[in-house]
Design a binder for this molecule. Sequence first.
Ligand code: ZN
Ligand code: ZN
Length: 187
Amino acid sequence: MAELKLSCHCGKVRGVAHDVSPSIGNRLICYCESCQQFPIKLGKGGQVVDEYGGTDIYQLPPGQLKITEGVEEIRCLRHTSEGLYRFYAGCCDTPFANSPGPGMPFIGLLHVVDSQPEQRDAHIGGIRAHVNTVEATKPLPKDRKYGLAMVIVRIVSQMIWWRVTGRAKPHPFFTDDGLPIVEPEVR
Ligand SMILES: [Zn+2]
Ligand SMILES: [Zn+2]
């Protein structure tokens, strides 16, 4: 099992995703407009998404992600009051992760905080799916058009398994009472 060492751009916020492997979690590219907006709102537009507006995301169980340094720098934004919780490092506005909340125990970790991107394929495997492809900023090549149904089936069964095996908790971004560790800003 491998470990993903995580860091914001300036290095104040650090973390680790432990016991990862290509068979655990889901690595996907999401092209949804909301994922595109997240870095734009932090002033990091072109530095996060690929040429098609896609974000490389690794979905993993909350209990396998730990923020080891700089947790006081973590900020939360939601595009709407019902939207996904999106967490970033306020020290340097690095987008970090998204979460639907503690009721659906998975975290989508953004590729930009992976300190060893050259090891990414070895640690967590290749891209399993491309999702929300209709919102891509330009037509996608044929090999990028697959996967949403498979990802939904996979993540739902994984969440059940993670709950059973105790990996849904602790959640790095929510308290045991189910509240986000910082008040979300809606913008
Ligand atoms: Zn930082
Ligand atoms: Zn998205």
